[in-house]
Design a protein around this ligand. Structure first.
Ligand code: RIB
Ligand code: CA
Length: 310
């Protein structure tokens, strides 16, 4: 079993990634850390706890960063995509379970130091918690097994602006610090996630399960698909951004990668968060990032559907 810390900004596709990860027997979830992004960090923490309650899971939730690494907040709450509450306006009550009284950065450092070489970080929100952790404990670079990041648009256009993907745009300085650190990274960006579409007819089938979990996830995912329909009228369904990062850990053969050196635009307002990628000959260069450029979308979707709701 792979030891995992999942870092989220829950979010509808984060919720689906949490369900997928909790239901994946290859993964041992040490904890879920939260960050601002789709919503505030308080809302991301609350939503994560609510999702875990629906999953009957007691995985610890540890709150993290509420603002970017090195500048004032840039990105607004994504109400049009994730709803007022971040989970498609499905929130009916506050969670019964509290979050841990620790901080995400501290939790990451402690867990990795306790079991060097064994912990994989799956980051599906802005990279703030990891950038802060690397600043405090640079040795993490050689002590994590790998970092799998949902973020960036290297060979395709952005989603939050034509130049930038939402997670990188929300904290470009954190992304740059993480990419430059030399930590082993697999980047699962829009290059592949926009090819992983979940169609409405599959979500409708979830309701046949007749469980609270199935209805909860179907309600929020239908909201998400509705948002996709208004933004991308030509595509059918919604992109499974964050679940694909989980899949890249459970079975790396879902994706194909190329080694690249990445740099993030930190100055120009119009192209803030844009990633410039230079392909490398081999992956032995210190700052080489394995960038996903192909995905077996059909096989991944089948795998995701077989696990998201049991
Ligand atoms: O660009 C997609 C990413 O931004 C996903 O992680 C989604 O949850 C939002 O955070
Ligand atoms: Ca996310």
């Amino acid at each position: 079993m792979k030891k995992i810390i999942l870092d989220v900004d829950t979010g509808i596709d984060d919720s689906l990634a949490i369900a997928y990860a909790v239901h994946s027997p290859e993964l041992q979830l040490l904890g879920i850390t939260t960050c601002f992004g789709n919503v505030s960090v308080e809302e991301a923490t609350r939503n994560t706890l609510v999702v875990l309650e629906h999953l009957d899971s007691t995985v610890p939730v540890i709150p993290g960063a509420g603002k970017p690494f090195a500048r004032n907040p840039i990105k607004k709450k994504a109400v049009h995509i994730h709803g007022e509450d971040g989970i498609g306006n499905t929130l009916t009550s506050e969670p019964n379970t509290p979050a841990q009284r620790d901080h995400a950065v501290n939790f990451m450092i402690q867990q990795v130091n306790k079991q060097p070489g064994e912990v994989t970080l799956i980051m599906v929100g802005p990279l703030t918690n990891l950038a802060l952790a690397l600043k405090e404990e640079p040795e993490l670079v050689s002590r994590v097994e790998r970092v799998v990041i949902m973020g960036g648009a290297v060979t395709v256009r952005g989603n939050v602006t034509p130049h930038a993907e939402a997670n990188v745009y929300a904290d470009p300085d954190a992304a740059e610090a993480v990419f430059r650190s030399g930590i082993p990274i697999t980047l699962v960006g829009l290059d592949v996630t926009m090819k992983t579409l979940l169609p409405l007819e599959e979500v409708v089938k979830w309701r046949e399960k007749g469980t609270k979990l199935a209805d909860f996830l179907a309600d929020m995912t239908e909201f998400y698909i509705g948002a996709y329909k208004s933004i991308y009228p030509s595509i059918k369904g919604c992109a499974l951004h964050d679940p694909l990062a989980v899949a890249a850990v459970t079975d790396p053969s879902f994706v194909k990668t190329v080694p690249m050196r990445l740099s993030v635009e930190l100055q120009a307002t119009e192209s803030l968060g844009h990633i410039e990628g230079i392909q490398l000959d081999g992956s032995d260069e210190e700052q080489s990032v394995d960038v996903c450029i192909e995905v077996d979308a059909e096989r991944f979707l089948e795998h995701f559907l077989s696990r998201v709701i049991l």
